[in-house]
Design a protein around this ligand. Sequence first.
Ligand code: ZN
Length: 170
Amino acid sequence: MFSIVDDDTLMKVAASLGNEEAVKIVEILKNSGEITDDQIANKTGIRLNTVRKILYNLYSHSLVSLRRTRDEKTGWFIFHWKLQPNQLEGFILSQKRRVLEKLVTRLEYEKNHDFYYCYTPGCKRIPFEDAVELVFRCPICNKPLVHYDNTKIIEILNQKIEQLRKELGE
Ligand SMILES: [Zn+2]
């Protein structure tokens, strides 16, 4: 199963789910069969609550499985976690599809609008329709709004979309 998803991809998934802590936890899961949240907390030094939160997040994406047993001495539940590598590929694909959709929407927006800009760092580009109402004055810095050529942005978006479509086999 792991031949499909390489370590690099695995870590990217973990990073997309949260932070460095998520990456550490996935790393531990990857090198364990089944492991309890207590053990993960001990191995990583990450607080147990945080470990559990991240594990439940992974669980909600079906990236880990959960088995519950009861501690005979204390009567408390013990949670055993296991990575589900065969679910990862589906998860990665759906993530990529979501990104692709967003990029396509953004591309349409860029293509269908003519932008005006004051060229002050921190100010925003303004679509033509709004620029007219503002009489071509930036509402923030009051400088004149001039036409903004978004050809470069469209080009980059097109490249990214093409790349993702290739990866998705579309
Ligand atoms: Zn401005």
